[in-house]
Design a protein around this ligand. Structure first.
Ligand SMILES: Cc1cc2nc3c(=O)[nH]c(=O)nc-3n(C[C@H](O)[C@H](O)[C@H](O)COP(=O)(O)OP(=O)(O)OC[C@H]3O[C@@H](n4cnc5c(N)ncnc54)[C@H](O)[C@@H]3O)c2cc1C
Ligand SMILES: *[C@@H]1O[C@H](CO)[C@@H](O)[C@H](O)[C@H]1NC(C)=O
Ligand SMILES: *[C@@H]1O[C@H](CO)[C@@H](O)[C@H](O)[C@H]1NC(C)=O
Ligand SMILES: *[C@@H]1O[C@H](CO)[C@@H](O)[C@H](O)[C@H]1NC(C)=O
Length: 532
């Protein structure tokens, strides 16, 4: 054995025993001993770093990695993965964007968490490249959508589809789908990607697109991090509007609410963005501070509306119409004509005028308020479901008037429809099998003792209702405790998911926190936090 190689192995094995038995190295081929040394030097094992990578936005599960890896390039990630595969028992590798998952999906119990933002650190703008001719942006997987927005706006361009919150990463949302109010028209974010660079679980760096390595392209988009680490995405752009008419329309009748939402998503010339919210009775009646949208006086009127009808909830359609400074009067007429077609409670249309950025970053403003109230870093047992249109009223009756009746949720309940023909069935994301389905997000926070357990029971009850009544709900940002649950989740796509896994991550080292494929690797079991 050459001396250099021997020295490297000493360092490597010494490192491995200090960080806690990642496994003895097998005497296979590691391309380059210097590479191994370089990789090891980028793995940080100090408690302050591993502790931060042990939890996520959900604050429901907790599990420490053995180390946190700070890559400076995609090649570093490839080398880390090859280094893992070189061990007799490989260690797991979880890319972590901002760790905004809610059930430990970005954790690597006993493995290595890849701190994706390291890729962009100290790099002045080379991780977001706009092509004006091509109408696309090449963006690093670690980039925040907020930064992508500002980089593209410099050229008067913008991606078409946005999540409600922008301080999450391109790779993180593209591993799920990326949904929001523009999806009815343009499909989820994964439907707006033209090309990817992916580091697979075999340590290969592959460029893929619909025409090249297409199985990996359709696998990685919405792939829950199972087949590779997305290090670059080419995202389509359109001309950016300057301003937005931002509208909320209140309903007390859920049937009118959904009928109007469905009209709006079938209507090409209406709103550019359509979402909706459910305000359960008691959230309103307990007189909350003014929200970032409603004034205190408007909230008081809405409360009276809720009480007056004896309805269990008030529903809002949230819509947005884009426009430019030159077309301010046209947009007013267009909006007025559109509102005339809708059946909200007379007098309960609320219109705001906002810049495009203010509108897109609305949750960022809410975040600041919640942070200063100490209400951001709390457990978030969020449940997101796709519900087929034909059963949305059974779902609403069972959940809003049943499971959640009389509760006072802290947080939001979202409910809005999307068109399935904007989703691409070659991807492994799953939706209900109907032309229109609803996203329903029970986005609630646990703020007091006992909340987490109660909210989890309510989530279980909502899922149980979906099953018992045969509603055919599919989870978005899914979590299933057993492989049987995952098989049911993927349904007819399960065989494809398993085949992609066998090809691109045969040792099952990537994103173990999803819990889809048991890793035949060194790992520990995440602990569930029960006390709150
Ligand atoms: C306030 C708030 C609002 C939200 N609103 C929306 C919304 O409107 N629409 C919506 O679709 N989602 C929304 N989300 C959910 C968001 O999409 C998820 O949190 C998602 O996990 C992205 O977060 P992240 O970038 O921090 O990824 P992480 O949580 O760090 O990672 C998520 C998963 O993807 C894997 N992963 C991370 N980076 C990569 C990569 N580059 N390549 C491959 N796999 C990777 C991780 O291992 C993990 O399994 C919201 C979340 C929050 C906290
Ligand atoms: C942006 O362009 C630079 C210079 O060509 C290149 O080095 C970099 O990798 C590109 N970044 C992305 C994310 O494509
Ligand atoms: C196709 O993918 C391979 C492998 O990553 C890459 O080398 C090649 O440049 C790609 N071809 C095109 C046309 O993008
Ligand atoms: C609505 O809230 C009021 C006041 O808290 C309560 O008395 C009433 O039962 C609630 N109605 C429903 C349908 O939940």
């Amino acid at each position: 054995m050459p001396i250099a190689r021997f020295a490297t192995l000493l360092v490597v094995t010494g490192f491995l025993s200090t960080v806690g038995h990642l496994g003895a190295p097998a005497f296979g081929a590691l391309d380059d001993d210097l590479v191994a040394l370089d990789i090891v030097s980028k793995i940080h094992t100090d408690r302050s770093l591993t502790a931060r990578a042990s939890s996520d936005f959900g604050h429901i599960v907790e599990a420490a990695p053995n180390g946190v890896f700070h890559p400076v390039s995609p090649a570093d990630i490839a080398a880390l993965i090859r280094f893992s595969l070189y061990q007799q028992t490989p260690f797991t590798v979880a890319p972590r964007g901002k760790g905004h998952s809610s059930r430990g999906q970005a954790l690597a119990p006993g493995g290595i968490v890849v701190d994706m933002p390291s890729l962009g650190r100290g790099d002045h703008g080379h991780r977001v490249n706009v092509s004006i001719d091509g109408m696309y942006v090449d963006v690093g997987g670690e980039q925040l959508w907020f930064d992508v927005l500002h980089a593209t706006l410099k050229h008067g361009l913008t991606p078409r589809v946005w999540t409600d919150y922008l301080r999450i990463t391109v790779g993180g949302t593209l591993s799920n789908a990326g949904i929001g109010g523009q999806v009815f028209r343009h499909g989820p974010q994964i439907s707006n990607v033209r090309e990817l660079d992916v580091v697979t679980g075999t340590g290969d760096m592959i460029t893929c697109s619909p025409g090249n390595n297409s199985d990996l392209f359709y696998g990685a988009l919405g792939g829950l991090g199972q087949f590779g680490v997305i290090t670059r995405a080419r995202v389509g752009l359109e001309r950016a509007p300057k301003r937005v008419k931002w509208v909320r329309l209140a309903y007390t009748d859920v049937h009118q609410f959904t009928a109007d939402q469905e009209l709006l998503i079938s209507n090409g010339a209406g709103f550019d963005y359509v979402e909706g919210q459910v305000q359960l009775n008691r959230t309103l009646t307990e007189g909350r501070r003014s929200s970032s949208f409603f004034s205190a006086a408007e909230l008081a009127r809405l409360t009276e509306l809720a009480l007056g009808t004896g309805s269990s909830a008030v529903y809002y359609i949230e819509g947005a119409m884009y426009y430019d400074d030159g077309s301010a009067s046209t947009v007013d007429r267009k909006l007025e004509a559109l509102l005339e077609e809708l059946s909200f409670v007379p007098g309960f249309a609320f219109v705001r005028d906002a810049s495009y950025v203010q509108f897109l970053d609305r949750v960022g403003q809410e975040e600041q308020k919640l942070r200063s109230a100490g209400a951001w870093d709390v457990p978030h047992p969020w449940l997101n479901l796709f519900v087929p249109r034909s059963r949305i009223h059974d779902f609403a009756a069972g959940v809003f008037d049943g499971v959640l009746r009389g509760t006072r949720p802290v947080g939001l309940i979202l409910m809005y429809p999307m068109n399935r023909d904007r989703w691409d069935d070659r991807m492994t994301t799953v939706t209900p099998d109907e032309d229109v389905f609803y996203a329903v997000g029970l986005l609630r926070s646990a703020v007091a003792a006992g909340d987490l357990e109660r909210l989890e029971r309510e989530n279980e009850a909502a899922l149980g209702l979906c099953d018992r009544a045969g509603i055919g709900c599919k989870q978005y940002l899914p979590h299933h405790a057993s492989q049987e649950g995952w098989r049911r989740h993927f349904g007819a796509k399960w065989d494809r998911v398993a085949a992609l896994k066998a090809t691109y991550d045969p040792r099952a080292i990537l994103s173990p926190g999803q819990g889809i494929f048991p890793a035949a690797v060194a790992s520990t079991t995440p602990a569930t936090i029960t006390a709150s």
